[in-house]
Design a protein around this ligand. Structure first.
Ligand SMILES: O=C(O)[C@@H](CO)OP(=O)(O)O
Length: 207
């Protein structure tokens, strides 16, 4: 049996990333720069043949995926969309400016809301709560594809992907609090036929 590849991609810059606002479940558009980031990502993926792709119910991730599939000429593969892969619900913070929120509540409190494992922002989801919907979806819908030997592309969000990276790489609560998923830099996992992880890395164009 052949090895199989899982690639995780964070959507390109959105309108609210640009404005430095908490976004969460708000369905904002990509910026022009975000679309360029998707094209840059596609350049890094063009040598991989995917059999299936997964994305969230939010258009910034869906459009990023559509641009990538178009550019790598793989638009005919099945695409599954699910709210299970949505960005964490940022609750009462959604729409607020991140810098102003840090001034109001303090940098440490805002850092806990943004990067801790189990501190939920007011009215929203912690990373742990996000993981409790992402991991069952991953196990039920994505792992079977990998088991069948398929190469899988997931385009989702900073925090829904952090929750998955934590599980895939067996990171501690402390370690995941230091992890930020960059845009335009796909995370690449190479599994053997028993789904043992052989290698995890960020892809470069020369890959
Ligand atoms: O606003 C958001 O939804 C996310 C991702 O942009 O922000 P953060 O960097 O706090 O995870």
């Amino acid at each position: 049996m052949k090895d199989r590849i899982l690639v995780l991609v964070r959507h390109g810059q959105s309108e609210w990333n640009l404005e430095n606002r908490f976004t969460g479940e708000v369905d904002v558009e990509l910026t022009t720069h975000g679309r360029d980031e998707a094209r840059l990502t596609a350049l890094k993926l063009k040598t991989i043949s995917f059999q299936v792709a997964f994305t969230s119910a939010l258009k910034r991730a869906q459009e990023t995926l559509a641009i990538i599939l178009e550019d790598i000429q793989q638009t005919s593969i099945p695409v599954h969309q699910s709210a299970a892969l949505n960005e964490r619900n940022y609750g009462d913070l959604q729409g607020l400016n991140k810098a102003e929120t840090a001034e109001k509540y303090g940098i440490e409190q805002v850092a806990l809301w943004r990067r801790s494992y189990d501190v939920a922002p007011p009215g929203g989801e912690s990373l742990k709560m996000t993981q409790e919907r992402v991991l069952p979806y991953y196990q039920q819908e994505i792992v079977p594809c990998l088991q069948q030997g398929q190469n899988v592309l997931i385009v989702a969000h900073g925090n829904s992907l952090r929750s998955l990276v934590m599980a895939l790489e067996h990171l501690s609560e402390q370690a995941i609090s230091q992890v930020d998923i960059p845009t335009g830099a796909p995370r690449f996992y190479h599994f053997d036929e028993h789904l043992q992880l052989i290698k995890a890395d960020y892809l470069t164009e020369s890959h």
